[in-house]
Design a protein around this ligand. Structure first.
Ligand code: GLV
Ligand code: GLV
Length: 318
């Protein structure tokens, strides 16, 4: 049986699949396969390990009649038409849990970098402009006793909330359902989104992208933010009105924003480069050595389980 792997994953997982007798076809270049190339390579594949850049839609499924499983190398799976896959008996899996700490850490890194103007300080040093300690140099925002608003209190949102509670922040959250554990553990308060936007000093996005969450943080929501607010997005660019956010940053209607994801990834709105009150990262949420190794292992186990007729460890439910 053939497994198509669409990118350069850590080698150990691939080696295990090979040792289990699967034929591996791996796309070895950094640029993702075009939709045509993906269909061509998938046409005799029994299983696939895919990246977020690969679109798994009706046309791909149609072109891959042998396909039984698509293991997405990510927790998010907005690149996959799960309904169409399920209708064809193709199992979809993702990599939840194993990247929760890494992603929550990165969101915290963005929050702190924004609050304490870490990149502006670094730029000043590199420009040779440090002439000594100054009482008014690069004053940032204190986090202690402020409110963090967590939009999406799932695994990652909860892990982020715990980290920020460690910095002395009060926790508010917006979530479809109540998160009693977070309320019990951190005294977190569940709010409507508009109320959270009005009250939070730091807003961090942790919802998956779906039709329900596309554009969730609208221009109107952004307008409700305090002038001292910080926004962090490690979820998906399309969850927030990026243009409205950039306008708010440009006009200093909010303090700063940390981006790990973008509406039109990997193409960035050029206005972002003009702003000094942003931190821009290249989608690094899960990018630790440890996490990527475990993600690869989990993806490989998902593929092997389905091809063996077993229940995979982390299937996605439509
Ligand atoms: C990364 O964005 C992921 O969904 O794992
Ligand atoms: C992602 O796994 C989440 O639930 O936040």
């Amino acid at each position: 049986m053939k497994v198509l792997i669409t990118g350069k994953l850590p080698a150990a997982a691939e080696e295990r699949l090979r040792q289990s007798g699967y034929e591996i076809d791996r796309h070895d270049e950094d640029a993702p396969l075009t939709p045509e190339a993906l269909r061509e390579r998938a046409k005799d594949a029994d299983g696939m390990i895919t990246l977020l850049a690969d679109k798994i839609d009706e046309a791909l499924l149609e072109a891959a009649p042998r396909l039984k499983v698509v293991a997405n190398y990510a927790v998010g799976y907005n690149n996959i038409d799960v309904k169409a896959a399920t209708a064809r008996g193709v199992t979809i899996t993702n990599t939840p849990d194993v990247l929760t700490a890494a992603t929550a850490d990165l969101a915290a890194a963005l929050a702190l970098a924004c609050a304490r103007r870490v990149l502006e300080g670094d730029a000043l040093m590199r420009a040779g402009k440090f002439t000594g300690w100054k009482p008014d140099m690069l004053l940032g925002a204190e986090l202690e006793d402020k409110t963090v608003g967590v939009v999406g209190a799932g695994r990652i949102g909860s892990a982020f909330a715990r980290r920020m509670a460690g910095f002395g922040m009060r926790v508010a959250y917006f979530n479809r359902s109540r998160n009693e554990r977070l309320e019990r553990e951190l005294g977190a308060e569940r709010l409507e989104l508009a109320e959270l936007m009005r009250r939070a000093d730091l807003v961090s996005l942790h919802v998956p992208l779906s039709e329900e969450t596309r554009g969730l943080v609208s221009a109107e929501m952004i307008a409700a933010l305090k002038p001292t607010a910080i926004v962090v997005n490690t979820a998906r660019g399309e969850v927030i009105d990026e243009k409205a956010l950039i306008d708010a940053l440009k006009n200093r209607r909010i303090f700063a924003a940390g981006f790990d994801v973008y509406e039109n990834e990997p193409n960035l709105n050029p206005d972002l480069f003009e702003l000094t009150n942003v931190v821009l990262l290249p989608h690094l949420g899960s990018a630790t050595k440890e996490t990527r190794d475990v993600m690869a292992d989990l993806a490989a186990r998902n593929v092997a389980a389905v091809l063996n007729g077993e229940t995979p460890p982390t299937p996605v439910e439509e």
